[in-house]
Design a protein around this ligand. Structure first.
Ligand SMILES: Nc1ncnc2c1ncn2[C@@H]1O[C@H](COP(=O)(O)OP(=O)(O)OP(=O)(O)O)[C@@H](O)[C@H]1O
Ligand SMILES: [Mg+2]
Length: 277
């Protein structure tokens, strides 16, 4: 089933349930005229400008754009970790005013607890949510297996490689089953083979859930492989340059003519943004 068809099928179901007016669902994100300026004593950096985007529950959106253009900033604004200078983020119909358990984030720099074991890192959010010990164990174990770390479940995180740490971060975000998962280059530290395996696992996990994913990547190949839509950004301050819908059946064939031509077109767009001035 293609990503687009999947979205249309969900829309039809909602229409049947709720009439023509689509109800706002818990995984919906509406971003309106977002602007973010970072101010320090010495400088002012406009990271994001005039950014508006609507994402429907269950969509997988990737964001690609030049380094330093403002991608992490977008995720942090949606996570409620930084405040917009102006504009709003509405999550499930409510204006976002801070972090919440409905959103999970996989950070670019892992943000794990190095002294805790893999298992204890993955269980962390469940502990905070007061999930009973046995259920915590079971759920954590399942996601540790999904990311292929069962042999390292009791190792401390500081003993792991970069790619393994990243997989712990992914398991930790997924295990809480948030409505929205914000992933900041989650596969960036993985070798090409593990990366492909993880992309496949992510899609399989999502087939069974209705989670909304916002995924930042530097890999256009990864974006075309995963996305329902790709948001291509300009250089800083990030603005939307183009939104590309990917209507290819899954699992996608990276060698197909359609796949390679979409990838080539997006790469060309990005190259124009990367020209140094
Ligand atoms: N806390 C902060 N204080 C001041 N400036 C910041 C802060 N966070 C980010 N910036 C600046 O905002 C701009 C956008 O940063 P951001 O991290 O969002 O970019 P990015 O697209 O995620 O980059 P990369 O591709 O390298 O991860 C950069 O110029 C960065 O220096
Ligand atoms: Mg970043």
């Amino acid at each position: 089933m293609t990503g687009i068809k999947k979205t249309q099928a969900k829309d039809r179901l909602r229409d049947a349930l709720g009439g023509k007016q689509r109800q706002t669902l818990s995984g919906d994100i509406k971003i309106e005229n977002l602007r973010k300026v970072y101010r320090t004593d010495e400088s002012e950096t406009v990271a994001l400008e005039d950014f508006s985007l609507e994402i429907k529950k269950g969509e997988l959106i990737t964001i690609v754009g030049p380094s330093g253009c403002g991608k992490t900033t977008i995720l942090k604004l949606i996570a409620g970790l930084v405040e917009p200078t102006s504009g709003t983020v509405t999550i499930g119909g409510e204006v976002c005013e801070g972090p919440g358990p409905d959103r999970g984030m996989v950070f670019q720099d892992f943000a794990l607890f190095p002294w805790r074991s893999v298992r204890k890192n993955v269980e962390f959010g469940l502990e905070i949510a007061g999930v009973p010990k046995e259920e915590r164990r079971e759920r954590a174990q399942r996601y540790i297996e999904i990311v292929g770390l069962e042999k390292f479940a009791d190792a401390r995180v500081h003993e792991l490689s970069g790619g393994m740490k990243q997989r712990v971060g992914i398991a930790r975000a997924l295990v809480n089953r948030p409505d929205i998962i914000l992933m900041d280059e989650p596969f960036g530290a993985l070798d090409a083979q593990t990366r492909n395996i993880m992309q496949g696992s992510l899609l399989r996990i999502l087939e069974k859930t209705d989670q909304t994913i916002l995924f930042v990547t530097h890999s256009v190949d990864e974006a075309v492989y995963l996305s329902d839509r790709i948001v291509v950004l300009t250089k800083r301050p990030a603005r939307i340059k183009e939104i590309v819908e990917i209507d290819l059946p899954r699992p996608r064939d990276r060698a197909s003519v359609e796949f390679t031509s979409i990838r080539k077109r997006i790469l060309e767009e990005l190259e124009k943004e990367n020209v140094m001035e």
